[in-house]
Structure formats: C-alpha cells, structure tokens
Design a binder for this molecule. Structure first.
Ligand code: SF4
Ligand code: SF4
Length: 365
C-alpha cells in the first residue's frame, strides 16, 4: 500500500475528449470532497511481515507454502519484534501487514507490533479469534461455500466459524477470493455475510509460480467474476467494500502489472522513490530479500490480480487517472475502497462512478 506519485504523462494514458487540467477536474464538488478525504492518507507506507511458518489448515494453491520463505526459522522473541517495529518506524514505515502463514497462532507477536505501530492489518483464516486489544483491520479469507472450503481448505463449517468469531467486530472485513470454481457461490456467501451484518470485499485467486491447477482463471472466468462482482455491488452496497473500477482492474484479462506497472521491488528495479525504496517483505526470521519483495511473494506476476497487490499497484498511478473527471472518479473510488478495507476507522463513501470504465490505455476486458 502506498499513496504515491508517478511522473505525469506516464505511458498508456487514455486520450480524453478534451485536455483537462487537474484544477478543472477538482472543480466538481463531489470529486473535490473525495480527493480531500483520501489525500489525508498519503502518508501511508507499508511493509509486510510473515509472523510464523505454521498454519492450522492447509489450502490448495496457498502461495505461502510456495518457494523457500516457509523454511525460514521462526523468531518468537517479542522483544526482537519490538525492536524490528521501532527500526521500521524509524525508516518511515507507517503501516504493517501481518501475514503468512497464520498470524493468529502468535498473538503475542501481533500485540507487540500493534503497540509499536498503530496502523495495520492482519490476514487470517479467521478460525482463531485475535484479541480485541490488537486494533488492526482483520482480513478473514473466504474461498467459497463451506463445501468448497472443506474440499480446498480441509476445514469444516468454515464460514459459520469465521462469522461466530468476527460478527459485529469493527475490525473485520471478510475477503472473498474468486477462483475459477467458486464464482456462483459468492452470491450465497454474500447473502449470509450481509444477513449477519458482516462487511466483505473481493479478491481474485492469483496463481502461485508454477501453479496450473483448476483454480487458475481463464478469460471466461474473469468475465463471469466481473459480472458477479458488479451484481453483488448493486445488491449489497452497505456491506460490500468495492467499486465498479475495482471490478475492472481485478478481472481484466491483463494482470495488474501489465495494466498499471507494478511498483513493488520484485518488479521495480528503482530504489529512488515510493515502494521500490521503502517496501520490504520480512520472513519469520526477520530477514528480507529485495529481489523477492512484494505483498504476495511467489505469485506469478503475469497472473497477479491480488487485492493486496492492487492496493498499491492501482493507487500509485494517480496521474494516469487524472486525465478527465470520469477516470479520476474511478480512481478515487478505488482508493476510497482500499482505505476502507485496510485502515481501521476509515469509512467508505458511496462510489462516485456507477459504471465500469477501462483502465488508461486499455480496453474494458
Ligand atoms: S489459511 Fe492461508 S496460510 Fe494457511 S494454508 Fe490456507 S492460504 Fe495458506
Ligand atoms: S506478484 Fe503482483 S504485486 Fe508481486 S511483484 Fe508480481 S505483479 Fe507485483
């Protein structure tokens, strides 16, 4: 996640009917209001941290257990984590994402991170409750109906158990990951979550390196996902943290890197500004490796449509969208969505764009 800038006039800009200046775009009151709301968060600078190499379940297609990060030794000393967080703060990090494999297995380490770094999010399968004292956003992964979860994640009654843990918890956002096989199930899952007053957002299965299994998306499944997302957005606007442009960006036949140029160090050799300079992905032994660093390491970049990746890849491309009011509104919706998904206390506003628009320099699909 980074609210950053790029050089104006980057390649691939769409050609608007007229040349808009930024002040002309901001002259529209709804745009100006949303711009002022989101720009307060431009200070966010993220890094991510693997907290433990253990997980209480084992899902097919899990990217954590790809590559060699799973073999790093665990550092379980809270004081070592405290020192790491202090050093991170000193080098300008303001937002932490605690992930791989299952952070709820090490609540004491999560607690220390929160004490030192007040803003952050935790990615969890939601089967173990994370103590209230850790006021981070909690992202609970949902991969389909309970029957599908049993097949792919080998866990029984998963959604019911996740809801029991996190119903009415203001930290919680359920993250439904669309695979090629669970598109229809999203409707039922959204209905259950909305009935229980839970908020959700969408993720796209992004294949780990070398994965060619049945969860990987095709052009047809991407189209189906977009249709399902837009339909659910219309049906559950109060529960679904998403926007029409989020649906386009994440279901396009081109992945996020091809559409927007990924700024994470793995794909971005520049160490001068933005994520290329600041982002690190720490392993459980507190080491990090620039050449492997992104929020979803060991994901195949050509297939990357991951929601966590999008939070930086799309938001960093502000100038490409500041070409006309419609493009800028779509970008603002995307940013407003991602802030609501990732930042405690940030509330999403109504989307400014009703219809999907194409990413700069690309078609709609
Ligand atoms: S819950 Fe997450 S970390 Fe654990 S196996 Fe499943 S995908 Fe991997
Ligand atoms: S996997 Fe995604 S976020 Fe990571 S470097 Fe590749 S394109 Fe970027």
């Amino acid at each position: 996640m980074v609210m950053s800038t790029e050089n104006k006039g980057g390649e691939g800009n769409r050609l608007p009917e007229k040349e808009w200046t930024f002040s002309e775009i901001l002259a529209q009151p709804r745009i100006l209001e949303r711009w002022q709301k989101v720009k307060k968060w431009f200070f966010l600078r993220e890094s991510t941290y693997d907290m433990t190499n253990r997980c209480n379940i084992r899902c097919d297609g899990c990217y954590y257990y790809e590559g060699d990060k799973q073999f790093a030794q665990e550092n379980r000393d809270p004081e070592a984590w405290r020192k790491l967080m202090q050093t991170e703060k000193a080098r300008g990090i303001t937002f932490v994402v605690l992930a791989g494999a299952e952070p709820s297995l090490v609540p004491d380490l999560c607690e220390v991170c929160h004490q030192e770094m007040p803003l952050g999010a935790i990615a969890t399968n939601g089967l173990i409750f994370i103590p209230d004292s850790i006021q981070y956003r909690i992202h609970i992964s949902v991969w389909g109906s309970d029957e599908t979860s049993l097949n792919i994640r080998k866990a029984k009654n998963m959604l019911r158990r996740q809801i029991e843990n996190y119903r009415n918890d203001p930290r919680a956002v359920f993250v439904y990951t669309f695979t090629r096989e669970n598109i229809d199930q999203a409707r039922n899952v959204a209905e259950i979550l909305a009935a229980d007053g839970c908020r959700l957002t969408f993720n796209m299965f992004s294949a780990p390196m070398g994965y060619d299994g049945s969860l990987r998306h095709t052009a047809d499944s991407l189209k189906e996902c977009r249709k399902a997302m837009l339909g659910l957005l219309e049906k559950y606007p109060g529960h679904l943290l998403f926007s029409p442009y989020s649906a386009v960006a994440h279901t396009h036949t081109s992945g996020l890197h091809e559409l927007f140029s990924c700024p994470y160090p793995r794909m971005n050799p520049s160490t001068a500004i933005g994520l290329g300079r600041s982002f690190r992905q720490y392993r459980t032994d507190l080491s990090w490796n620039r050449s492997a660093a992104c929020c979803v390491p060991d994901t195949d970049c050509r297939d990357c449509r991951h929601y966590a990746a999008g939070s930086a890849v799309v938001t960093a491309r502000m100038f490409r969208h500041a070409t006309d009011p419609d493009s800028f509104k779509a970008w603002l919706d995307y940013v407003d969505t991602y802030l609501a998904v990732w930042v405690m206390g940030y509330e999403k506003g109504p989307n400014l764009s009703d219809n999907p628009i194409a990413p700069p320099g690309h078609g709609l699909f």
